[in-house]
Structures are given as structure tokens and as C-alpha cells.
Design a protein around this ligand. Structure first.
Ligand SMILES: *Cc1c(COP(=O)(O)O)cnc(C)c1O
Length: 422
């Protein structure tokens, strides 16, 4: 594609004019300063607010105002069943069956809950494999799960490393590392898209390779940077479990709720240990107030507390948009948009940087991570002063994520112009 790109404002304007998804930008509130829209490239950190979110929230506020506790049964969207209203759209988003997904809690909480069930170390098989430079919350969670079971994190955690002089981790090296440790691996838990480099891991290949090595290796993913950004088929890939947040690419508001995937093959396994609460209990006996936890089948059986309706209402507003567009169209635009950004960065006058995100579109989503050789923070601050909202990571990385739902080719063009000028 890159060979056909042109570095002109007219070319960018033409891509916008012919963009099938161009009207979706109007469905979002775009932050502005001095009357001018900001170039918002931080949808990987906090997605923008859909204009429809307010009405979804107001519906629940109004029902609460008018009905009080009666809203559990008589709200327009009865709160008792609120999490059900998110299931089908969530399943479509990640390539799952409805029984395999539930929306609940927040991400790191769910990661811990899922590891309680799916990290079952034994004297022989107690290692967890994860990627080098995983998101800190995941590192802390894994470290303490290991300690919780009485093992030493320095011995039990195997980190997948990039080669000397490289930033991303080669799939072949991951597979070799799995082979090397196949008799001692209890769990592989990787971020589907690494938050720092933007590398999209080949989850299908990694999962099937691990399963071929041993059916005792459990494979789970943190999909915080993958969901709503890349296409996934969690069911077909035979992934055991996954979880993600809703406030990054999924535009569901700060601190928003989280999604969970548990493969159908575990749906009826009542022997899996889990932390439990009334909402995970069989719905027909939930209010009988009896002893004896009977888990619901599927991912819903991991719920503990009743639905966080306000947070889920915001999430519903956003899921409706994703459902309407569909991941296929979104990804087609995403590749074109990020490809254009890459083209403009590499073909401008400035050369004092390197893009560490893979060039291969099969190994990335919309984010590009730019390592600055010098004056990184200065460049970042100048971008900010010129109306760009991007993300700075010490010591030298600028992360930019043009998202296909609301960013434009003009955003990308203007960004590159500013980047090369400052
Ligand atoms: C954003 C992110 C988190 C944040 O976790 P919360 O529990 O939602 O605060 C955790 N892990 C990864 C990989 C993330 O990208």
C-alpha cells in the first residue's frame, strides 16, 4: 500500500472523502483547544466519548431517580440482568460464543480472578511465561500469583525477550522457548498487543503450538491493547482465557468495566477453583439465599458482584457502535490509516528517530511507537503545544495511535507535518 501513498494535504483529504467510515467521527466528542480540534492519538490509553454515551447513562439515572430499588426489575433495562445486555456484542468483538464471555469488574481484578482458576502450579509444572516489558499491572499480578502459591517469581517467571538490538519478540523465538520449557510450563500469559512496542503477537500460532507441546499448558491473554484494535477469534484459536479493559480502544470511559473470555471447553468444569460470589451462582437459585455455590455455566460463573450498571451503560453505548461497524471494516481502515502515518514519518525530513512497532501489518494494530534518538521529551512537548495529544513513555518513546473510528487521514497528515517541523 505504501507505494501508492502521497505526502500531500490533497491526498489525505481525498482519503478522508472516500473513507466509508468517515461519518463515525461525528458520533464522538473530539476534544479541542482554541476552537480547533486536537489531534487525538491517545485512543490506546483513553478512548474518546461517544455522543450516545450520555443518553445510555441518563436512562439508568432516570430509572434510578424514579424507581429506586424497583429498577432492578422495572427499569427499561432491568438492572438484575444488565450484564446480559452486553454479552452478544462482546462475543462478536473477540470471536467468541456468548457462553464464553462476560463483562464484570475491571481488568487487573479479572486477571487475578482468572489466574486463580487457570494458574494451577505443581511441583513439576509451575512456570509462567510472559513477555518482557509487559504492562506493570500484569507483572505485579503474575509476580504475586506465583508467590501466593509459594514459588519464587525469579525462578517461576520466564520472560520472552527480543534479540539483542531488536525491540520486538520473534514468533519463532517464542515457539522455541515454549519447546524448551514445555515440561515445566503451567501458564503462558501474554499481552495480545504489547502496550509499549505495539507488537501484535501471533496468538493463534502461539496457542496451538503450546497446546501441541502439552495439553497441560494453559494459555491466556491480556487483551487491553488488542480488543477493538485487532481482529480476534478466541474460540477458534483455542485460547483458555482472556480479559481486557473497556476504556482504551473500546471508548467506555475512565476506569470502565472489563470483559472476560473463558473457553467453552471450561464452561461446565465445576472443579476449577475460583473466587465466588452470588452473581456467579446459578441464576435460578441466586435469590434462594441457600448455602452451596452452584456456578453458572461459562464465563458468567466467574462473576462475583452484581452488575456495575453505570459503567456498563457507558460500555453498551460503545459496543453498539462497534457492532454497527464490525471489526472487518474497522481494521481495513486502520491498516490504511496507520500505514499512511508510517509512510509520512519515514518520508519526511526528520531522521532522528526509529519506529519500533513491526512494519508487518500482521504484527501490529493501529499504534506506532517512535523511539527518539535525542530530544525526545522536547519533541513530545512541542507536539503537545501544537495540538497533538500523544503519549510519552520514559526515557525516549512517543506512542501514537490513530484509531479508525474517529481519527482522520488529515489528522495523520497534520501530525506528520508538525512532527517534522518541530
Ligand atoms: C491498561 C492496561 C492495564 C490496566 O489495568 P486496570 O486494571 O484496568 O487498571 C493492565 N494491563 C494492560 C496490559 C493494560 O494495557
Amino acid at each position: 500500500m505504501s507505494t501508492t501513498y502521497q505526502a500531500t494535504a490533497a491526498f489525505a483529504a481525498n482519503l478522508d472523502a472516500t473513507d466509508e467510515l468517515k461519518d463515525y467521527r461525528n458520533r464522538f466528542h473530539i476534544p479541542s483547544a482554541n476552537g480547533k480540534s486536537l489531534i487525538y492519538f491517545c485512543g490506546n490509553s483513553l478512548g474518546l466519548q461517544p455522543k450516545s454515551t450520555r443518553a445510555y447513562l441518563e436512562q439508568e439515572l432516570t430509572d434510578w431517580q424514579n424507581l429506586g430499588v424497583e429498577g432492578h426489575l422495572h427499569a427499561k433495562n432491568p438492572w438484575l440482568y444488565y450484564h446480559h445486555f452486553l454479552t452478544d456484542a462482546t462475543a462478536r468483538l473477540v470471536g467468541a460464543k456468548p457462553i464464553e464471555v462476560v463483562v464484570m469488574n475491571s481488568l487487573t481484578v479479572n486477571l487475578n480472578l482468572l489466574m486463580i482458576s487457570f494458574y494451577r502450579p505443581t511441583a513439576k509444572r509451575n512456570k509462567i511465561m510472559m513477555e518482557y516489558m509487559a504492562f506493570p499491572s500484569d507483572q505485579y499480578a503474575v509476580e504475586n500469583q506465583v508467590k501466593f502459591h509459594g514459588y519464587n517469581p525469579n525462578e517461576a517467571i520466564i520472560e520472552l525477550m527480543p534479540r539483542e538490538g531488536e525491540n520486538c519478540i520473534r514468533t519463532a523465538d517464542i515457539l522455541a522457548k515454549i519447546d524448551e520449557h514445555k515440561d515445566e510450563l503451567a501458564l503462558i500469559m501474554i499481552g495480545g498487543v504489547n502496550y509499549y512496542t505495539g507488537q501484535l503477537f501471533d496468538m493463534a500460532t502461539i496457542t496451538s503450538h503450546a497446546k501441541n507441546c502439552s495439553s497441560d499448558i494453559v494459555v491466556g491473554y491480556d487483551l487491553a491493547h488488542a480488543t477493538g484494535n485487532v481482529k480476534m477469534d478466541l474460540h477458534d484459536w483455542n485460547v483458555d482465557f482472556a480479559t481486557w479493559c473497556s476504556y482504551k480502544y473500546l471508548n467506555s470511559g475512565p476506569g470502565g468495566t472489563s470483559g472476560v473470555f473463558v473457553h467453552e471447553k471450561h464452561a461446565e468444569n465445576n472443579l476449577l477453583p475460583r473466587l465466588s460470589g452470588w452473581w456467579g451462582n446459578d441464576e435460578s437459585t441466586r435469590f434462594k439465599m441457600q448455602k452451596g455455590f452452584i456456578p453458572q455455566q461459562g464465563a458468567a460463573g466467574w462473576q462475583m458482584s452484581n452488575a456495575q450498571v453505570l459503567s456498563m451503560a457507558a460500555h453498551r453505548a460503545s459496543l453498539a457502535i462497534f457492532d454497527e461497524v464490525g471489526m472487518d471494516k474497522l481494521i481495513a481502515k486502520s491498516k490504511l490509516l496507520t500505514g499512511y502515518l508510517e509512510f509520512l514519518l519515514l518520508n519526511g525530513k526528520r531522521k532522528d528517530f526509529k519506529i519500533i512497532t513491526p512494519e508487518d501489518v500482521a504484527q501490529r494494530g493501529c499504534q506506532l511507537s517512535i523511539v527518539m534518538n535525542e530530544n525526545g521529551k522536547k519533541t513530545f512537548d512541542a507536539l503537545t503545544q501544537n495540538g497533538v495529544i500523544a503519549d510519552w513513555r520514559e526515557p525516549d518513546v512517543i506512542r501514537v495511535a490513530p484509531v479508525p473510528l474517529y481519527n482522520t487521514f488529515e489528522d495523520v497528515y497534520r501530525f506528520a507535518e508538525i512532527f517534522h517541523a518541530v
